[in-house]
Design a protein around this ligand. Structure first.
Ligand SMILES: Cc1cc2nc3c(=O)[nH]c(=O)nc-3n(C[C@H](O)[C@H](O)[C@H](O)COP(=O)(O)O)c2cc1C
Length: 178
């Protein structure tokens, strides 16, 4: 049976390297019969978690009225989560992190997610992705999700530089086999 995959693609730069890496993953995943729902948090109205605890009192409901319920509702039906981001100052983008933080509202629920994957692009060499990979793995350990795969595409600056790169094939393969 096909998987139900939610992708959060965290680059603010539309159709840049991260979106292209994400598109390759989605192409592979859809070709294998999986259902994929993609969100670009940078294009959405998502406020930062205020840490008020309201969502813990009234399970899953945030005091902020913004676009986050779209993502949370999709996560409540997903078995697979994919996070994609360029490295910004050694971490994932603030826009993706806002969305990750806001999943706090679901921590008391048992989400159906079983596995997660990570797609990263960066300007320097692969070592700059270590903090993002460490964060990803700590989230997986906390949630008891399996690691489905990590694709890192380094040494990218201009928006089309990823074209023709082998990491696109790696992402497509990960999508097919997830
Ligand atoms: C604000 C900002 C911060 C960045 N910080 C890093 C960094 O710490 N390490 C790195 O290797 N590349 C860094 N980069 C480069 C991007 O990660 C890289 O060019 C990436 O491929 C851009 O992805 P995009 O095409 O999806 O926007 C930074 C770029 C920007 C705009």
């Amino acid at each position: 049976m096909g998987k139900n995959i939610v992708v959060l693609s965290g680059s603010p730069r539309k159709d840049g390297n991260t979106d292209k890496l994400t598109a390759a993953f989605v192409e592979g995943a859809e070709s294998a019969g999986n259902a994929v729902t993609c969100f670009r948090p940078a294009d959405m109205n998502i406020g930062g978690c205020r840490g008020c605890g309201h969502c813990f009192k009234e399970t899953g409901v945030c005091v902020q009225k913004d676009d986050m319920p779209q993502i949370l509702d999709a996560l409540r039906k997903a078995d697979t989560l994919v996070l994609a981001s360029p490295v910004y100052y050694f971490g994932v983008t603030a826009q993706l992190k806002l969305a990750i933080d806001r999943t706090y509202a679901t921590l008391k629920e048992k989400l159906p997610i079983k596995q997660a994957a990570l797609l990263l692009t960066c300007g320097a060499d692969t070592d700059v992705t270590a903090p993002s990979i460490a964060m990803f793995r700590r989230i997986l350990a906390l949630q008891k999700w399996a690691e489905a795969g990590i694709v890192v595409a380094p040494k990218l600056h201009g928006m089309d530089e990823i074209n023709g790169r082998e990491e696109l094939e790696q992402a497509k393969k990960l999508g097919r086999e997830i």
